[in-house]
Design a binder for this molecule. Structure first.
Ligand code: ATP
Ligand code: MG
Length: 544
């Protein structure tokens, strides 16, 4: 979207111009039954950005009309996620705030002969409903008198009946080609404690009935939702009209956002958590906002990503590459670029004085001077990446270290590998190198060229750290396959290595670019002396 043009914005402009609406008021209506994921971010961003664009406002309204699945814990989590994304609701409201008013409107429908109490159980009701090809059958209770309906409905409220024993249904059209219009249930009986209203109610309005009334009461001008509600729109309009709501809101649908190699449905996310296939809702591999945050995603990267996917009337699946790129764009110039060795190999520089350490000053980000400088240590023993050394004769074009080759340790000196020291088991213990004092970085030395530039961390000042590296959670995007079969067994790998001393006081959620290794964020598991980093994304797209 960039929000500069999209079909909903056009509708809003026209509605304002024609005087159909005076102010743009939108709402985001999550059910407090799960953590938000990046698909929800599209709904949040769309609602808030559009309202903001027209000087309007956006409510956060918890759709808490189904107490069976809801939990107050999710209310707080969702509020936190929205604030984190950078949005501040004009009002925080609850569907349950309107229970009394919905009840009054239901009575109005009964009095108008437009609603009746039905005794069919769930199974029979679905039989009576008919199919796409066959019309429905009238409930035996469809023609109850207004008086009887009023009495029964009031008894339902008073708790005289058990769960499922009776429902209140709108009396619309059992022959409608739109199944939503075949006398939909508008109230059901559930004897359960509600997180807001406690035991005050044992009848709860259905979403399709409650939602349009809530929108009308709040003065919502444009009620935006995802595509699956298209066929509910006539019902939405029917309730607004028949309940004689003084304000008339309108519903508009947009396509859902999906991302490749992940799953975005609440049901599946819950399954992953419950089966302990991930470490929780904030597992850094999860597409939840708390997971993305822990992984190192910034709110602005998510906003830019969502805006760049546009808004259309069809569901779309977007490559996770796009999401990764938006993080790189966001952090490239603002992160410090520091040294970390993820997979260490020790190097002893045999001709460097024992016990001596020198400090080299370097920019925090060579593309952004404003970030200042810091010093890193150099000494007789350093760590390099295992991958930067090859034991044996390297292939042509090898730009790193091997026995007999010379490379530059970035910002320090040229070192040449003289010897490989092995452990008894045949693995490499350390490399013995010599350095050339003439080659100090910045000295202007140009008598010969090194075989490459590699980074390092000095041994005595190095801080041990763990690095969590991720791959997509799912091997494919095929939602029809079994969850267990789609899990990527390599989605989480932890390496143990070192970071440079300047990182000793870092705090959770601080972000860095590790030279040659990617963008990393400090994990919540970090405590002093035990640093844990999550790799948010690699430096370059790994797209194949
Ligand atoms: P469920 O998984 O139970 O169907 P939901 O994902 O629709 O639930 P809600 O809490 O009802 O979750 O969602 C709040 C709002 O977020 C709804 O208006 C819904 O349309 C929107 N939304 C949810 N997922 C997406 C998505 N992937 N893309 C765009 N909007 C979404
Ligand atoms: Mg929903």
């Amino acid at each position: 979207m960039d929000m500069s043009s999209n079909f909903i914005k056009t509708i809003m402009e026209e509605d304002l111009a024609s005087g159909k609406v005076k102010e743009i008021i939108t709402r985001f209506p999550p059910e407090p039954n799960a953590y938000l994921h990046i698909g929800h971010a599209r709904a949040i961003i769309t609602n808030f950005e559009l309202a903001k664009m027209f000087g309007g406002k956006t409510n956060l309204r918890f759709d808490d009309t189904n107490p069976v699945k809801e939990d107050a814990m999710f209310v707080e989590a969702i509020k936190g996620d929205i604030e984190w994304l950078g949005y501040h609701p004009a009002n925080v409201l609850f569907g349950s705030d309107y229970f009394e008013e919905s009840y009054e409107r239901a009575i109005m429908l009964i009095k108008k002969g437009l609603a009746y109490v039905c005794d069919l159980n769930a199974e029979d009701m679905s039989k009576y409903r008919g199919t796409l090809n066959t019309r429905g059958t009238d409930s035996p209770n469809r023609n109850r008198s207004v008086e009887e309906n009023l009495k029964l409905f009031s008894e339902m409220r008073d708790g005289k009946y058990n769960d499922g024993e009776k429902t209140l249904r709108a009396k619309i059209d059992m022959a409608s080609p739109n199944i939503n219009m075949r006398d939909p249930v508008i109230y059901r009986i559930i004897h359960i404690n509600h997180h807001n209203t406690g035991n005050k109610w044992c009848i709860y309005p259905m979403y399709d009935f409650a939602h349009p009334l809530q929108d009308a009461i709040e003065g919502i001008s444009h009620s935006l939702c995802s595509l699956e509600y298209v066929d509910h729109r006539v019902l939405y309009d029917w309730f607004v009209e028949k309940c004689e709501m003084p304000h008339i809101p309108h519903q508009y649908e947009f396509g859902r956002l999906n991302i490749t190699n992940t799953i975005m449905s609440k049901r599946y996310l819950k399954q992953l958590v419950d089966a302990k296939l991930v470490k929780g809702y904030d597992d850094p591999r999860m597409p939840t906002l708390v997971g993305l945050r822990r992984r190192g995603y910034t709110p602005s990267a998510i906003r830019h990503f969502v805006l760049s996917t546009g808004l259309s009337r069809i569901n779309s699946t977007v490559s996770n590459e796009m999401l990764e790129n938006s993080l790189r764009d966001d952090l490239r110039l603002v992160n410090k670029r520091v040294n970390a060795i993820l997979n260490p190999l020790k190097v002893v520089i045999t001709n460097y004085p024992v016990g001596e350490i020198e400090y080299l000053e370097l920019p925090n980000n060579n593309e952004n001077e404003a970030l200042g400088t810091r010093t890193i240590a150099f000494g007789r023993e350093v760590y390099i990446e295992k991958d930067d050394f090859i034991d044996g004769t390297p292939e042509k074009g090898w730009k790193r270290l091997a026995k007999g080759l010379e490379v530059r340790l970035m910002h320090a000196y040229f070192v040449k590998c003289e010897d490989i020291i092995y452990n008894p088991d045949g693995s490499i213990k350390e490399l013995h190198c010599t350095y050339d004092p003439e080659t100090k970085s910045g000295s202007g030395f140009n008598a010969r060229k090194p075989n490459g530039n590699i980074h390092f961390v000095e041994e005595s000042t190095a801080i041990p750290a763990k690095f969590n590296l991720f791959e997509p959670l799912m091997v494919d995007s095929d939602a029809d396959r079994k969850l267990e079969d789609r899990l990527n067994p390599n989605s989480w790998k932890t390496l143990e290595g070192f970071v440079e001393a300047s990182l000793k006081d870092t705090l959770p959620e601080e972000k860095f670019q590790f030279v040659r290794n990617g963008y990393f964020s400090v994990d919540y598991d970090t405590v002093k002396g035990n640093l844990v980093f999550n790799r948010t994304v690699e430096l370059k797209s790994s797209y194949k």
